[in-house]
Design a protein. Structure first.
Lengths: 77, 500
C-alpha cells in the first residue's frame, strides 16, 4: 500500500476504536453473561483490541505520522 | 464511636505513608540540584515508571472514590466513560500531543507547556496566561484530593477521626514529600502505588465476591435490587452526557500540569510507544473492578451515609478491618501521588513561567528552588482551607477542573500542528474560552427571552464542549485575521526532516 493509503487507514481505525468503545447498538440492553452485562464484556474485549491496534500502530506508523525518521529520534537521553 | 480496630486501621494507614516517605527520601539522595533533574528527572524515565507515574497521577480521589460512588448511585456505565476517555481518547492524544511535545521538548529543552508556547510565539504574556490558567484549575483538583482523604478517614473509622484530620494529614505529607523528593521521588512512589492499587483492588473484588456468595449471587441481587443498572444507559447516562464527560476529561487530562509535563520526561521513544499500547489494558484492569465494587454495593443493599464514600463502607462490611484499612491506605496514597505530582509541576509553572520572567529574572537557582517550595506549601495550605468547606461532591469538583483544562487543549493542538497560528490567535483562543467557561461555572443560569444562558447544557450538550469549540474557532479565526510578528518562531515547532 502507498503511504497515503495506510495513513488514512489508521485514521479510520482510530475513529472506529473511539466510536465503538461504548457499544451504542446495545443501548438499553440488559442481557448478562457470566454475571456481568454483555455491554461490559464488549467494552473489555474492545479495550484489548485497542491495545493490539495501538501496538501495531506504534510499530508501523508511529514516526511516519510525525514525519520523522526513526533514526532521528532513536537517540538516548 | 471508637472501635477496637482503630489502632490496627491507623497503624496500617500510617505505616503505608511512612514507607512512601522512605522511598521519596531515598530518591532525594539521588536528585541533582538543577531544575531539569528536579522536575524532569533528567528526562530519563523508563517505560514502567512513566506508565505508572502517569497512571498513578490519574488515580486520584476522582477515580477511586468518585467513580465507585457514581457507579453506586447510577450504575456501572461510568466504566465505559472512563474506558473511552482514558483508554482510547487519551491514548490517541498521548500520541498527538505527547509525542509531538516530546520531540519538540527534546530539541529545545523545555520544561513546561507555558515555556514551550511562550518561546514559540515570542510572548511572555502568553506564557503567563497558560501558567496562570493551569494553576487556577489546579486548585480545585488538589482540593479534591484533600476532600477525598478526609472522607476516606471518616469512612474507615466510622467518624472516630474527624474529616479535617485526614485532610490536614495528607496536606502535611504532600508538602514534606514534594519539597524533599522532586520528580524522581514522585515517579518512584507512583510506581509502587500504582502496582499496589492494581493488586489490592482485585483482591478486594475477590474478597467481596467470596464473602457475598460468589459472582452469581451478587449479580442476581443487582438484578433484583437495581435492575436498571444492568441495562446500558438510562437515568443520568444519556449519550450526550457520556460523550461530553469522556471528551472533556480526555482533553482536560492532557493539559493537567502533571500530565503535560510527563510528555517531556520519557527516556526514549520506545518508552512512549510501549506506554501508549499498554494504556487501554491498564485502564480496564483498574476501572472495571473498582467501579463494579460500587455497583455491587448498590445491589447488595449497602447503605452509604451522607458525605461518605461507598468503597470503605462496602469493605468494612465484607472484609476484615485491616484489609479495608489497607485499601484506604492505597487510595490515600493514590491521592497523595496525584497531589504531589500536581504540586511539583505547579511549582515549576510558578517559578519558571511567572516568578522568573516577571518578578526576578536574575534569581539564582537556589532562590528559585526556595520559591518553588514555598509556593507548594502556600498552595497546599490554601486548598486545604477551602476543602474544609466541602464545596461540592468529588465528581462535580473534579469535573469543573477537567473542563477548565479542556479549554486549553485545542489551541495547543492547533499551535503544535499549524505553522500559521499566531500569538494573537493563541491569546484569543485561550482567554476567550476561559472567560466563557468561567462565566458558566460561576454565574447562575439565566433565562433571557425564553433561552437559558449560563446553564449546564445547551441543546442537551455540556457547556464545556461549546467552550472547546469556541477555543478552536477563536484560535484559528484570529490567526487567519492577524499576521505573525517577527519574533514568533514557527520553526521551533517543526519536527522531522524526513522527505515526503
Amino acid at each position: 500500500m502507498t503511504r497515503k493509503k495506510t495513513d488514512y487507514l489508521w485514521i479510520g481505525v482510530f475513529a472506529v476504536l473511539v466510536t465503538f468503545a461504548v457499544p451504542w447498538f446495545l443501548w438499553r440492553d440488559a442481557t448478562t453473561w457470566q454475571g456481568l452485562p454483555v455491554w461490559l464484556w464488549w467494552h473489555i474485549g474492545w479495550m484489548g483490541l485497542a491495545s493490539v491496534a495501538f501496538a501495531l500502530f506504534a510499530r508501523g506508523a508511529w514516526d511516519r505520522g510525525m514525519n520523522v525518521d526513526p533514526e532521528e529520534v532513536g537517540f538516548d537521553g | 464511636m471508637a472501635s477496637p480496630q482503630l489502632p490496627v486501621q491507623l497503624g496500617i494507614v500510617g505505616g503505608y505513608l511512612v514507607v512512601a516517605l522512605a522511598v521519596g527520601l531515598l530518591a532525594y539522595r539521588l536528585t541533582g540540584r538543577d531544575a531539569e533533574d528536579y522536575y524532569l528527572a533528567s528526562r530519563s524515565i523508563g517505560t514502567v515508571v512513566l506508565l505508572f507515574t502517569t497512571f498513578a497521577t490519574l488515580l486520584s480521589a476522582f477515580t477511586f472514590f468518585g467513580g465507585p460512588n457514581l457507579a453506586y448511585g447510577a450504575g456501572p456505565e461510568w466504566i465505559l466513560v472512563m474506558g473511552l476517555m482514558d483508554g482510547i481518547l487519551f491514548a490517541i492524544l498521548w500520541y498527538l500531543i505527547g509525542y509531538r511535545q516530546w520531540l519538540i521538548g527534546k530539541i529545545q529543552g523545555y520544561v513546561t507547556l507555558g515555556e514551550m508556547l511562550g518561546d514559540r510565539f515570542g510572548s511572555r504574556r502568553l506564557r503567563a496566561l497558560v501558567a496562570g490558567v493551569s494553576l487556577f484549575w489546579l486548585f480545585p483538583y488538589v482540593m479534591l484530593q484533600q476532600m477525598g482523604a478526609g472522607e476516606a478517614i471518616v469512612g474507615l473509622t466510622n467518624g472516630a477521626i474527624p474529616y479535617w484530620v485526614g485532610a490536614a494529614g495528607i496536606t502535611l505529607f504532600i508538602i514534606v514529600y514534594v519539597v524533599a523528593a522532586g520528580l524522581r521521588g514522585v515517579a518512584w512512589t507512583d510506581t509502587i502505588q500504582g502496582l499496589f492499587m492494581l493488586g489490592i483492588v482485585w483482591i478486594a473484588v475477590g474478597w467481596v465476591l467470596s464473602s457475598a456468595g460468589g459472582l452469581d449471587v451478587v449479580s442476581s441481587s443487582v438484578a433484583e435490587t437495581t435492575p436498571e443498572f444492568l441495562a446500558l444507559g438510562g437515568g443520568l447516562y444519556s449519550p450526550q452526557w457520556m460523550i461530553a464527560q469522556a471528551v472533556t476529561i480526555a482533553f482536560g487530562v492532557t493539559m493537567f500540569p502533571q500530565i503535560n509535563q510527563r510528555f517531556f520526561v520519557a527516556k526514549d521513544v520506545r518508552v512512549l510507544k510501549r506506554s501508549f499500547a499498554l494504556w487501554p489494558v491498564l485502564v480496564v484492569l483498574l476501572f472495571v473492578p473498582a467501579f463494579l465494587l460500587g455497583t455491587w454495593a448498590a445491589g447488595l443493599g449497602i447503605a452509604v451515609p451522607e458525605g461518605s464514600n461507598v468503597i470503605p463502607v462496602l469493605l468494612n462490611e465484607y472484609t476484615p478491618a485491616w484489609f479495608a484499612a489497607l485499601v484506604v491506605a492505597g487510595a490515600m496514597a493514590a491521592m497523595m501521588s496525584s497531589s504531589d505530582s500536581m504540586l511539583l509541576s505547579g511549582s515549576s509553572y510558578l517559578t519558571r513561567d511567572l516568578y522568573r520572567p516577571f518578578v526576578n529574572p536574575s534569581a539564582s537557582d537556589e532562590r528559585e528552588a526556595w520559591i518553588a517550595r514555598i509556593g507548594v506549601a502556600v498552595f497546599a495550605i490554601g486548598t486545604f482551607v477551602v476543602s474544609l468547606f466541602r464545596p461540592g461532591t468529588l465528581i462535580t469538583v473534579g469535573d469543573t477542573a477537567f473542563g477548565g483544562y479542556a479549554q486549553l487543549a485545542l489551541p495547543v493542538i492547533v499551535a503544535l500542528y499549524w505553522p500559521k497560528t499566531t500569538r494573537q490567535g493563541m491569546i484569543a483562543g485561550i482567554a476567550g474560552s476561559q472567560l466563557f467557561y468561567l462565566l458558566h461555572v460561576f454565574l447562575p443560569a439565566l433565562t433571557v427571552g425564553g433561552v437559558t444562558v449560563f446553564g449546564s447544557t445547551y441543546f442537551t450538550w455540556d457547556f464545556a464542549l461549546y467552550g472547546m469549540a469556541l477555543s478552536l474557532l477563536l484560535t484559528v479565526g484570529v490567526s487567519l485575521l492577524t499576521t505573525a510578528d517577527a519574533d514568533e518562531r514557527a520553526e521551533t515547532f517543526t519536527v522531522g526532516t524526513r522527505a515526503d
